[in-house]
Design a protein around this ligand. Structure first.
Ligand code: DQA
Length: 156
């Protein structure tokens, strides 16, 4: 029997506009470019990647619920939801596998309202400020966490 290890990549509001949106902050690569980067890294790590982008908080909460028992890990760029969507915190807290929070920019070096991440307390790793390369780094972090569950460290 073959089993596939599926990693869910979630992209929050406005990330569908990458490539056009604020290129000085987010660069000119599109979301499809970033997903392709993550997919290539997943293939190298022997993982399968599934991607969902939504501009709606509830759709992302539903996707996290649907990943329970089905996906081995979640990589999430919650975009602006990062800073206030406690429903994402609670949904991710109810997911058993590794969670990696991902940002293209480094929100902690931007406007004060971006400094709080409600996802950070339930993330095993946060990767921020590496631009598009963060998508590769996030998949590599997932692969490492799956290989060495003790690396999660905090008993999540
Ligand atoms: C972002 C950072 C967030 O503050 C912002 O709202 C985004 C994108 C990033 O990838 O750098 O939409 O998550």
């Amino acid at each position: 029997m073959t089993t596939t290890s599926t990693v869910l990549l979630l992209s929050g509001p406005n990330l569908n506009l990458l490539g056009e949106r604020d290129p000085a902050v987010y660069g000119t690569a599109t979301l499809a470019d970033h997903v392709a980067t993550a997919e290539a890294a997943a293939v190298s790590a022997g993982l399968e990647l599934e991607h969902l982008q939504s501009n709606h908080e509830g759709v992302i909460v539903d996707a996290i619920h649907a990943a329970r028992g089905r996906c081995v890990a979640i990589i999430i760029n919650p975009a602006a939801l990062t800073h206030y969507a406690w429903s994402l915190h609670d949904a991710l807290d109810a997911f058993d596998g590794p969670v990696v929070e991902l940002h293209i920019s480094n929100p902690k070096e931007r406007e004060p309202w971006r400094h709080l991440s409600v996802v950070e307390p339930v993330a095993d790793r946060t990767i921020a400020g590496f631009g598009g390369d963060g998508y590769r780094l996030a998949v590599e972090a997932v692969a490492e966490l799956l290989e060495s569950p003790q690396a999660r460290g905090d008993g999540r």
